[in-house]
Write a protein that binds this ligand. Structure first.
Ligand SMILES: [Fe+2]
Ligand SMILES: [Fe+2]
Length: 317
């Protein structure tokens, strides 16, 4: 007699796969209770976790300026923005949990550098103008990336994105408004804005990820409806959107090759330094060690809070 098996018989799996494919083809949403291929689940966990890590690491560069904000108004705006980023992390870790991931395990993987986060947050914020430029360019790039994700095929991720994008749009506006104010100020303030733009422009373009020919997961992610546009498409969209905004603001981007191409209707731009991208995303950026040391301290120093809250929840369950 053969041993009983818990494995699903093959025909069922084929039927489930068929149902999954039909859901994707009809542009309907996959929900946590639905069957999904392991590759789909793994890809989503990786992407959602990477996104969640970026949100909470992203609190640090601007958080550094909370105690040095130039006025009470600026401080409350910045505080609200940094708090929003914590909330984005929370929604996204929760979305990852619906896929069967464990939140504490994801936090450990971030700290142990087994999972990545956006390369952009490994650059330092050297003046208050950086707060404005991060809002304008970095949150602006995040919006370009994330608006299409509101139509992502995985329901909890898509729904989290709707709220996140609304908040990101506030982030971008507060940044632009701050820069507008500085540009109406003194020569020194205008120079601070231009200097911040010069330092953040190229790293912001790198946020969209490697060029399409070096982005091996893109095709499968697009077939699954997780991603809706390629990295290069989104990068181009962002450049086209940002140039007129820079003109209104009165700043220039540090790219002598940046030029409108009437043939394509798009701006041509110079080559990105992909070696720098690899270095920074691989842990060798100017601020990587500090960013991760703070996360590690937050986990270790606050472990007693987690323990106490867990014990309390168990007692009352
Ligand atoms: Fe965010
Ligand atoms: Fe943001």
């Amino acid at each position: 007699m053969s041993a009983p098996t818990l494995e699903r018989p093959a025909p069922d799996e084929a039927a489930l796969q068929e149902q999954f494919d039909a859901t994707i083809a009809a542009d309907h949403r996959i929900e946590p209770r639905d069957w999904m291929p392991e590759g789909y689940r793994k890809t989503l966990i990786r992407q959602v976790a990477q996104h969640a890590h970026s949100e909470i690491i992203g609190m640090q560069p601007e958080g550094d300026w909370l105690l040095a904000a130039p006025s009470l108004r600026r401080k409350s705006v910045l505080l609200a923005k940094v708090q929003d980023e914590a909330g984005h992390g929370l929604y996204l870790y929760s979305a990852a949990e619906t896929l069967g991931a464990d939140r504490a395990d994801l936090t450990d993987k971030l700290i142990e550098q087994k999972q990545k986060y956006s390369s952009i947050f490994n650059y330092p914020t050297l003046s208050y103008a950086d707060v404005g430029v991060i809002g304008w360019l970095v949150d602006g790039a995040a919006i370009c990336n994330q608006v299409p994700l509101c139509r992502s095929s995985y329901g909890p991720y898509a729904r989290a994105m709707i709220r996140i994008c609304k908040e990101e749009s506030f982030h971008q506006r507060q940044g632009y408004e701050l820069l507008m104010t500085m540009m109406r100020g003194t020569d020194e303030q205008r120079a601070m804005v231009q200097d911040a733009v010069d330092r953040w422009w190229w790293p912001t373009l790198m946020m969209f990820g490697p060029p399409d020919e070096h982005s091996p997961n893109t095709a499968q992610s697009m077939a699954w409806g997780i991603k809706r546009h390629t990295n290069d498409e989104l990068r181009q969209k962002f450049v086209d959107m940002s140039v007129p905004q820079a003109e209104v603001l009165g700043v220039t981007f540090p790219d002598p090759e940046l030029e409108f191409d009437p043939g394509t209707g798009h701006y041509r731009f110079g080559k990105l330094d992909w070696e720098e991208f690899k270095r920074v995303v691989g842990g060798q950026g100017p601020m990587n060690a500090i960013r991760l040391a703070r996360r590690r301290a937050a986990r270790d120093d606050n472990a007693w809070v987690t323990e106490a809250a867990t014990a309390y929840a168990e007692k009352h369950s």
